[in-house]
Design a binder for this molecule. Structure first.
Ligand SMILES: [Zn+2]
Length: 420
């Protein structure tokens, strides 16, 4: 994530010749990056075949149409599967996904062979693979002439229990497919989620984060499939932790954050992207005249236990239930939650009073811009199980999702129920 936006790596469409010393350039189709930008993401071009650098910064991928399946980019698919990063394959990209899953299937038969060796073996028996890597056969020219696009328009039927159905909410739709070869054989691990009337496989999917479509969604005006890609990329930040949902083991990277007011060292640490977003929010608040800092952010379950015990000694059971989370059930144990304090008349304050009301109203109205929500809003005590806590903000990974939650006066619980 960069500046709180999802980074989408886009593969080149036409990598050029390798023998010409000036031919090692890549071309990118503007329509793909336009769609990513329209959905609020940051598109970046994957500029070289050694894509390992890009796997470290990309949250999602688009494998677009093109002239040849470049197997060097299978590394991208490995990263996607391993780290559950969403990938959208389009046209030749969908075929690349299919070939990769064929390889994984054959790997079970030949565990000692490398994927490349298996590929060469498959190629001997499978003319389709020869076609997929043959530039001259899989060359289609996408013209933007309205006429030619309309000619390629046809209906597909979408499986009702599929991811594609969830995205488009329809069983029949008109799409534009422009291709000369089709997916010959989909691995058993893939679901075939759409077909055209002549039996051509129009979509394949794996679990809920890998999707390949034979048609070209970038030509159509709607954004649903690209929105799916970006929302799925920040889904891990929608982790639900509440009185019923225990903190599961997460792979969030907790980093140090130096707060001037946290009670003890380490208590203001937080998740990596949460910190980036927090620093931007803090600067924004400061530019509006509010001096803020972190009272408490990440807590280990041991620290949460200590807090629980401390309050239990001091207050009655009822109070503790309302304000303090049981160890294992605190959002603070994820590193995604921050308790904010504001400085008023040289005093740090974290409760809503006459003096802080203006600040907390401003925070509630603007935190979404940085991907934060007020996790325990007023009037939602029944849903969240907690009293109103204006100071407790929660990172959800996307300003777009945060905006949706705030605008519709939802809690995270309600958003997740509607959406996923
Ligand atoms: Zn809190």
């Amino acid at each position: 994530m960069i500046r709180n936006k999802v980074v989408v790596g886009i593969l080149p469409t036409f990598p050029h010749s390798e023998t010409d010393p000036y031919g090692d350039t890549a071309s990118f189709v503007q329509m793909y990056s336009d769609k990513v930008k329209e959905c609020g993401g940051i598109p970046i071009g994957i500029l070289e075949k050694d894509a390992s650098f890009y796997t470290s910064i990309c949250d999602a991928y688009i494998w677009p149409g093109g002239s040849k399946v470049h197997r060097e980019f299978f590394l991208i698919l490995q990263d996607a599967i391993q780290n559950k990063k969403p990938i959208l394959g389009i046209c030749l990209g969908a075929q690349a996904i299919s070939i990769f899953f064929n390889l994984l299937e054959d790997k079970k038969k030949y565990p000692d062979l490398s994927l490349e060796e298996i590929y060469q073996k498959m190629k001997e028996e499978n003319p389709y693979l020869k076609e997929a890597e043959n530039v001259s056969i899989h060359s289609h020219i996408v013209t933007k002439e309205k006429e030619s696009i309309l000619n390629a328009m046809h209906e597909i039927t979408i499986q009702k229990n599929s991811l594609l159905y969830q995205i488009y909410q329809t069983e029949k739709m008109n799409v534009v497919s422009l291709h000369t070869i089709t997916i010959a054989h989909a691995s058993a691990d893939l679901m075939i989620s759409a077909k055209s009337s002549d039996g051509v496989i129009e979509a394949i999917e794996y679990q809920d984060f890998i999707l390949g479509v034979q048609f070209h969604p970038e030509i159509l005006p709607d954004l649903q499939i690209f929105e799916w890609l970006l929302e799925t990329a920040c889904r891990k930040y929608l982790l639900l932790v509440n009185k019923k949902e225990k903190v599961q083991k997460q792979d969030f990277l907790i980093v140090h954050y130096d707060s001037t007011i946290a009670e003890s060292l380490g208590q203001s640490d937080m998740e990596l992207n949460t910190k980036e977003a927090w620093l931007s929010l803090q600067a924004f608040l400061q530019s509006h005249g509010f001096i803020v800092d972190v009272n408490s952010a990440y807590r280990s379950s041991q620290v949460q236990q200590e807090i629980w015990d401390f309050y239990l000694n001091k207050y009655n059971d009822d109070y503790v239930q309302k304000y303090v989370a049981k160890p294992g059930f605190s959002e603070h144990e994820t590193g995604l939650a921050i308790d904010v304090s504001v400085k008023v008349n040289e005093k740090w304050m974290d409760e809503e009073t006459d003096q802080t009301a203006e600040f907390f109203t401003f925070l509630a109205q603007n935190a979404w811009q940085f991907g934060f929500i007020i996790r325990y809003p007023k009037g939602k005590e029944e849903v969240t199980g907690y009293s109103y806590e204006p100071w407790h903000i929660r990172y959800v990974g996307s300003s777009k999702i945060a905006k949706k939650i705030m605008e519709n006066h939802l809690t995270l619980e309600e958003y997740l129920e509607r959406k996923f």
